[in-house]
Design a protein around this ligand. Structure first.
Ligand code: PHE
Length: 450
């Protein structure tokens, strides 16, 4: 087996892992899920999921990965015995499916980057909607952008961990944050924006449907990259003295802040120009071009530059996430099948490209590509975010809370006794009882048993 790298500095660890967490989940998925689930009430449930289940779950995965310093499947096996490798296999499968459909949306972002450079997105709100519909129903273009995105990911991953991932994250994450802040201000100043702010901040519990709990749970896990073994794989490159609880908390807070900022960027503008908040996956694509045009109407050049910068950063945010999904499978095939890294990466690339093509066609030219009444893209999203991620997190809690050697877990959590034990007790209680129980209750509720 080849020697494994570690992330260079503490900042790089947090940034790279945050790079995995922050992506289309925050900027594309969070707004449209919030819009479909009635706004502020959904956000409250979402925050509860992040705090009660997300942060303890992240620490859980970090522990497994950093302890074992190997790929996800082997890491779980080392902690619990051969049978527990299943969690790693499940994670690899989940992240492969996610990469497949995620690349489609990332491909849309690439198209929008190109279109904003070419000045094609300039028009009234009706034109912006029809632009999205025309583009996404083309049989070829969105497939090519999607596969193109998988290939870009491939190039970075095949280069190796430190070089590719670290360098990209350091610079671009802070830049994205600054640009988001500018766009939030711009969006909130549009006429009629107040309704959108109210939608985000004033809970309307009459809009809370029974599905809201599982959807909020799925969104929280998706956004934190939790339950895919992705955090476990990244943690395998962490240093021994990294404070895992602190890192998890920092990343979860940053991730949630970016999601809220994305909401504050989208909804005021959507209400201002009359885009329906529950428009689904197209929401950000039919809202944002209006922000760039209307908010900067007095200075069109600024609007033009900002739109290009925004789509470019969105593409990079998506890329730091797809890299992490790709890395899970690549590390596995590289170490388990003893394939050269390049070849291991190709396996992932080919499989994900095929999934991406079918998902893309299912929301465009071949809308009869449906599973259980959903487009293939929506189905893959539902299957992974709402079923496979919670299942992965649930099993990890059971392993770490009930089956793993408790001394080992404690040593790993406290970095060999150098960190406080109080936090260990609270965390251990939560992964033993709270996390598994809540996930089971939410499942039972969703499937009508409760
Ligand atoms: N968390 C990423 C996002 O918000 C998506 C992701 C899910 C990445 C699962 C890795 C694993 O965009």
């Amino acid at each position: 087996m080849s020697s494994r790298g570690t992330f260079g500095s503490k900042l790089a660890i947090v940034l790279a892992t945050a790079g995995s967490a922050v992506g289309l989940g925050n900027i594309w998925r969070f707004p449209f899920m919030t819009g479909q689930n009635g706004g502020a009430a959904f956000i409250l449930v979402y925050f509860a999921c992040i705090l009660l289940l997300g942060i303890p779950g992240m620490v859980n995965e970090f522990l497994v990965g950093r302890h074992a310093q190997t790929n996800a499947a082997r890491a779980y096996g080392q902690i619990g015995g051969r049978g527990w490798r299943t969690i790693g296999y499940l994670g690899i499968l989940t992240s492969t499916i996610i990469l497949g459909f995620y690349a489609v949306v990332a491909g849309w972002c690439l198209q929008y980057l190109y279109a904003s450079i070419a000045g094609q997105l300039d028009g009234d709100p009706a034109y912006v909607v029809s632009y999205f519909q025309t583009f996404s129903s083309d049989p070829l273009k969105p497939c090519l952008w999607g596969v193109g995105f998988v290939l870009i990911t491939h190039v970075v991953v095949a280069q190796g961990v430190e070089k590719g991932i670290e360098r990209a994250s350091k610079l671009l994450m802070p830049l994205l944050l600054i640009l988001l802040l500018i766009l939030v201000v711009a969006s909130c100043m549009l006429p009629g924006a107040g309704k959108g702010i109210e939608f985000l901040l004033k809970p309307d519990f009459s809009k809370v449907s029974s599905g809201v709990f599982l959807e909020a749970l799925g969104q929280a896990f998706f956004s934190l990259s939790l339950g895919t073994a992705c955090l476990c794989t990244y943690a395998s490159y962490f240093k021994r003295d990294t404070n895992l609880l602190r890192s998890a908390t920092q990343i979860a807070l940053l991730d949630s802040a970016i999601a809220i900022l994305a909401g504050l960027m989208i909804f005021p503008a959507a209400f201002s120009v009359g885009v329906q908040p529950d428009s689904g996956p197209s929401l950000i694509f039919i809202t944002l071009p209006n922000v760039f045009r209307e908010a900067f109407s007095a200075m069109p050049v600024v609007g033009y530059v900002i739109s290009i910068l925004f789509y470019a950063l969105l593409v990079f945010a998506a890329l730091t996430s797809t890299i992490s999904m790709h890395e899970i499978g690549t590390a596995f095939f590289h170490e388990e099948l003893r394939l050269p890294r390049q070849r291991a990466a190709w396996i992932l690339t080919v499989v994900c490209s095929v999934i991406a093509v079918f998902c893309s066609l299912s929301v465009g030219a071949y809308s009869n590509l449906q599973v259980f009444g959903m487009s293939l893209l929506d189905f893959c999203d539902f299957l992974t975010a709402q079923l496979m991620l919670p299942a992965g997190a649930f099993l990890t809690s059971i392993l770490m809370g009930w089956f793993a050697n408790r001394q080992l877990v404690k040593d790993e959590f406290t970095n060999g006794g150098t960190l406080r034990e109080t936090f260990f007790k609270a965390w251990f209680f939560s992964i033993r009882y709270i996390v598994p129980l809540c996930i089971v209750l939410i499942f039972l509720h969703q499937f009508g048993v409760l």
